[in-house]
Each structure stands twice: as structure tokens, then as C-alpha cells.
Design a protein around this ligand. Structure first.
Ligand SMILES: NC(=O)c1ccc[n+]([C@@H]2O[C@H](COP(=O)([O-])OP(=O)(O)OC[C@H]3O[C@@H](n4cnc5c(N)ncnc54)[C@H](OP(=O)(O)O)[C@@H]3O)[C@@H](O)[C@H]2O)c1
Length: 244
């Protein structure tokens, strides 16, 4: 079994990378269960496919019970979870001296704790079914830091540690881990930046030079579509024009 008929749960599926991935995997025959806060967007995606193939539920990844309910939607309907794609994230970048502590906390809650809640929700299921794959959207910012990205990059560096620790602990248990680490992608990610000048600059760079969300969806599909003995642990992809 590669992508067709796999049961895939995706967080942050209402826009950008999550949405493109949900559509790509559903087009490839997966059963997809999608979550995010903007439920009307999720409904729109589900309506693109035959009834019952794409299920959705309003989900806030900062709420552990909400993440558990999303995963339960998958097990109630499809009796398993083959892949969890922890993709929800936000990037309100700013210089540390600005002390935007609420934004720091928000990034920690969504980008780190949201991922941990996802892992906690599927872990017992994957252990019981003796296999599965946990994918998380990391970033080039999980490898390099710039002035202004300290906390965002910190959350993505944390994902590197968590996902590689998980990989090492689960070697031999048929639970694969994958980090997807994009450079700039043209999505709505800029919209959480509170400084108007920084937001406009990031939006411009996303729109002018960013990869398409579909390019990242292709990388996720590649990581899933592998024989049982092949674990694609990380895919790092930048626009060919991006230096760092
Ligand atoms: N775009 C880039 O240049 C880039 C580069 C590297 C990595 N990434 C990573 O890619 C991932 C996806 O971002 P994107 O670029 O596709 O941006 P996006 O279009 O803004 O998508 C972000 C997604 O996360 C969801 N989300 C945010 N807070 C949430 C919460 N509390 N609970 C549930 N869902 C939540 C949003 O849905 P709702 O608002 O409906 O909840 C949305 O579906 C993020 O982890 C981001 O860090 C992006």
C-alpha cells in the first residue's frame, strides 16, 4: 500500500501547504481527514471529492482534546491512521527586543505543542497497528536563523530534535518520521506578522520568489509513496533562487 487507500490526517489543512497536500493525496486515492480552525475552508476541500473520502473537523492544535477528536474522526471512520501530517504553523516574526511575548507563546503553542499533541494522539494507534508515518512541516528556519526569526526558528529547531529523537526511539517499530523543510513558499503564512512593513516585505518575497504549495505537496507525497523499508527522514527544498 503506497498512497492509495492510506488514511492520512492533516492539521493546518485550510490553506497553503496543508490544503495543497490534502488535495494531492486525495487525488491519489488516499482517505484524508483534515483539521484547522476555519471550518468553511475545510468543507470546501471535502466537497471537491466523492462523499466520505475527505472528512473534516474544526481543530485547534493548541487544544490537545481537539487534536484527539480529529484523530478519532479518522479511526471511527477508517479504523486506522497510516499517516499523521503535523502541518499547522504560524510565523509572526519580529526582533526579540520588541518583546512580542504573546506571539512567542503562540508560536510555541502551535508550532511545538501542536506537533506534540499530534504525536501523542496517533502514537498509541500506530504502536497497536504496528506501523505508521509521522510527518511534520519543519523549515529551512529549522537549520538557519536570521535576525528577526529567533523564536520562529527556535520552534522549527525544536521540531528537528523532537522528530529525530522520535525516529531514533522508534527504529525497528515500523513508525517512520519525516520532516518537510521548505524555504520560501507562496502561502498565507505572512499574514500572522504584526509589523506592517515586515508583513509587506515577506508577502512580496513569498509571492515573487516562493515555491508553490503544490511543490511541497509533491514532496509529502514522495515521502509517503515509498516501500515499507524506506524512510525519507527529511526533504529540504528551496526555490532555486533562494540563497540561505
Ligand atoms: N510559507 C512558507 O514560506 C513556509 C516555509 C517553511 C515552513 N512553512 C511551514 O509550513 C506550514 C504551513 O504553513 P503555510 O505556509 O501553508 O501557511 P498558511 O497558508 O498560513 O497555513 C497555515 C495553516 O495552519 C493552520 N493553523 C494555524 N494555527 C492553527 C491552530 N491553532 N490550529 C489549527 N490549525 C492552525 C491554518 O489554519 P486556520 O487558520 O484555519 O486554523 C492554516 O491552515 C507551517 O508549519 C509553516 O511554519 C512555511
Amino acid at each position: 500500500m503506497t498512497i492509495k487507500n492510506k488514511v492520512v490526517v492533516i492539521t493546518g489543512a485550510s490553506s497553503g501547504i496543508g490544503r495543497a497536500t490534502a488535495e494531492k493525496l486525495a487525488q491519489s486515492g488516499a482517505k484524508v481527514v483534515i483539521g484547522a480552525r476555519r471550518v468553511e475552508r475545510l468543507k470546501e476541500i471535502a466537497n471537491e471529492f466523492p462523499a466520505g473520502q475527505v472528512l473534516f473537523q474544526q481543530t485547534d492544535v493548541t487544544d490537545r482534546e481537539s487534536v484527539n477528536r480529529l484523530v478519532k474522526l479518522a479511526t471511527d471512520n477508517f479504523e486506522r491512521v497510516d499517516v499523521l501530517y503535523n502541518n499547522a504553523g504560524l510565523m509572526p516574526v519580529s526582533k526579540m527586543a520588541e518583546l512580542k511575548v504573546n506571539e512567542w507563546e503562540r508560536m510555541i503553542d502551535v508550532n511545538i505543542k501542536g506537533v506534540l499533541y499530534g504525536i501523542a494522539a496517533v502514537f498509541p494507534i500506530m504502536i497497536k497497528q504496528k506501523g505508521g508515518q509521522i510527518i511534520t512541516t519543519d523549515s529551512v528556519a529549522g537549520h538557519v536563523v536570521h535576525p528577526g526569526t529567533a523564536v520562529y526558528a527556535g520552534t522549527k529547531y525544536a521540531i528537528q530534535a523532537i522528530m529525530d529523537g522520535l525516529r531514533q526511539e522508534q527504529v525497528g517499530n515500523h513508525i517512520k518520521t519525516t520532516m518537510i523543510s521548505p524555504g520560501v513558499v507562496n502561502t498565507e503564512l505572512f499574514s500572522t506578522i504584526s509589523d506592517p512593513k515586515q508583513r509587506a516585505q515577506t508577502e512580496k518575497s513569498e509571492k515573487e520568489t516562493g515555491l508553490n504549495a503544490e511543490d511541497i505537496a509533491n514532496a509529502v507525497a514522495y515521502a509517503i509513496d515509498q516501500p515499507a523499508n524506506v524512510a525519507v527522514n527529511e526533504v529540504l527544498l528551496r526555490p532555486s533562487s533562494q540563497i540561505i
